[in-house]
Write a protein that binds this ligand. Structure first.
Ligand code: PEP
Ligand code: MG
Length: 535
């Protein structure tokens, strides 16, 4: 048996055969070069076939994932028809080169050209040049993409949008990638599909076709496991499935402790798909909508309209249940190229979240406008990340007022009673909670960052696991301070970091007076079950 270690993206257990998915990059052909006319014909025919494939993928993407994500295939079709690209290839063929050699040269020339451009959006097009050129080259050289015929644990370097669409998703038991990050396309896909997934696993390619167990929560892939291990994990898997079935009985039940305290049991989401999953799991609202995912999925700033639509969709779907949207929280571990952020020695202590928003006011105002306009479609609350000082909240409120005045002047509606909150993610904000509470309606405690900043411990650094005690008494002291300060000033208090979904501390958090817990959709029902048992 071999064991490989990766990083968990979606927790769960999968047992099955491994299917290795590789991008089969076509090599230069050793075929005889035909006459220029014949080579040109080969190129034209392969290009026409490639466009057919792209159009089919576009249709499939429209049906399966939506208009915005499908657009990339429209761009690909357009690029393949681009005059400069075609003239370059035709000229090379006229000079006596084979169609595949001409294509390889075009691939090299145009991808380098785009990669060297200053504009981030244009730079990204370099990858698209590779994608379209490879598609035609594969057709020319007869490379056949691997088909997966049975449910498998998929292993890949990373999956491109085309690969993800070409593969039959009913065959995905789990996803493991060598590269990628928590926010990579593959991670988002796995989350949406609700299948176990790991990233950054350095597996050996010889494992293709072997039987394996993926225990993604611990980040482990067991290849050729012993009969004993298979038996153990099959039992765990069955037990989990049974528990999941039993949890369905908690759908529709009010979340009350035995003494009658009502807990708001909300979900953390990143997009509309997650919101659907939140509803399926009977979340009573959304406690954290990480709006930065809208920015992370794009090559340029999402427009006001795009943001408005995304917020409106979630608000409408939740049908009057509270939706807390957090304003943009990028920087530190969440990097976005088009923001053009400088290199920093200590990014977690650097230019991130509200600091960027207060500095680049136009980006912030666009988001606030979109939020205010969407607020009439449901019960919206807005919260702000990484607060450390009172003046930040006062400045945020001034900017919000400016936005609302502008909307009023334009005759546009917004919810005048919009609830406002701050995230408590820094020791400073916890220590001045008394002052902050006078400015807002609620606090949401982000224990992931609060732990990082309180214990001076990088949450991304695996070497520090031994020191990273999520139950450190300092954290609970700060939570208690925040709850008391908030309640004295009529604020409700939520916890939206990972600690909120930790069944071991649920009773303690509620005992401290926390009013709301916001967790991943999959955790909702087991948390309700636990809360119902609290005295
Ligand atoms: C947190 O810091 O606890 C939190 C919920 O925010 P994020 O994990 O997105 O930084
Ligand atoms: Mg945080």
């Amino acid at each position: 048996m071999k064991v490989y270690q990766g990083k968990c993206v979606v927790g769960g257990i999968a047992i099955g055969k491994i299917a290795l998915v590789k991008e089969n990059l076509p090599q230069e052909q050793n075929q005889d070069v035909l006459t220029p006319e014949e080579e040109l014909e080969r190129f034209q025919n392969s290009k026409a076939k490639a466009i057919e494939e792209i159009n089919a993928l576009h249709q499939k993407a429209l049906k399966e994932i939506g208009e915005e994500e499908a657009m990339i295939f429209e761009v690909h079709a357009m690029m393949l028809e681009d005059l400069d690209y075609n003239e370059f290839i035709e000229e090379k063929i006229a000079q006596g080169q084979s169609a595949s050699h001409a294509l390889l040269e075009a691939r090299e020339y145009f991808s380098t050209l785009f990669a060297q451009m200053d504009d981030e959006y244009m730079k990204e097009r370099s990858a698209d040049i590779l994608d379209i050129s490879n598609r035609v080259l594969k057709i020319l050289s007869g490379v056949v993409e691997r088909e997966i015929k049975e449910p498998s644990i998929i292993l890949a370097d990373d999956l491109s949008p085309s690969q993800t669409l070409q593969l039959d998703r009913s065959c995905f038991l789990a996803l493991v990638t060598r590269y990628g990050s928590n926010n990579s396309h593959t991670a988002i896909l796995a989350r949406t599909m609700g299948i176990p997934a790991c990233i950054q696993m350095h597996y050996d390619e010889s494992v293709d076709g072997e039987v394996a167990i993926l225990d993604s929560e611990s980040g482990k892939l067991y290849v050729n496991p012993s009969e004993q291990l298979l038996k153990e994990f099959t039992e765990i898997q069955e037990r989990k499935a049974k528990e999941q079935e039993e949890l369905q009985a908690y759908i529709g039940k009010p979340t009350l402790t035995q003494s009658g305290k009502k807990i708001m049991l909300y979900a953390n989401i990143g997009n509309l798909e997650d919101a659907k999953s939140a509803l399926q799991n009977d979340a009573e609202g959304i406690g954290l909508f990480r709006s930065e995912f809208l920015y992370l999925q794009k090559n340029t700033y999402p427009s006001e309209d795009e943001q408005f639509e995304a917020y409106k969709e979630v608000l409408e779907l939740m049908g009057g249940k509270k939706v807390v949207i957090r304003t943009l929280d990028i920087g530190a571990d969440k990097k976005i190229d088009y923001f053009d952020l400088d290199f920093e020695e200590n990014p977690a202590l650097g230019y991130r979240a509200i600091r960027i928003c207060l500095d680049r006011k136009e980006i912030f105002k666009t988001q606030l406008r979109a939020l205010c306009k969407a607020s009439v479609y449901g019960k919206l609350a807005v919260m702000f990340p990484m607060i450390t000082s009172l003046w930040e909240v006062q400045e945020i409120k001034k900017i919000l007022q400016e936005v609302q005045n502008e909307l009023k002047e334009q005759g546009l509606e917004y919810d005048e009673n919009l609830e406002l909150g701050v995230m408590i993610e820094t020791p400073a904000s916890a220590l001045i909670a008394q002052d902050l509470a006078k400015e807002v309606d609620f606090f949401s405690i982000g224990t992931n960052d609060l732990t990082q900043y309180t214990l001076a411990l990088d949450r991304q650094n695996p070497k520090l696991e031994r020191f990273a005690n999520p139950y450190h008494p300092a954290i609970f002291k700060l939570i208690k301070m925040v709850v008391d300060a908030g309640h004295q000033n009529n604020c409700w208090i939520g916890v939206c970091g990972e600690l909120a979904g930790d069944l071991k501390v649920c009773e303690e958090l509620i005992g401290l007076g926390v009013d709301e817990l916001s967790v991943s959709p999959a955790m909702i029902l087991s948390l309700r079950k636990r809360i119902l048992l609290i005295k």
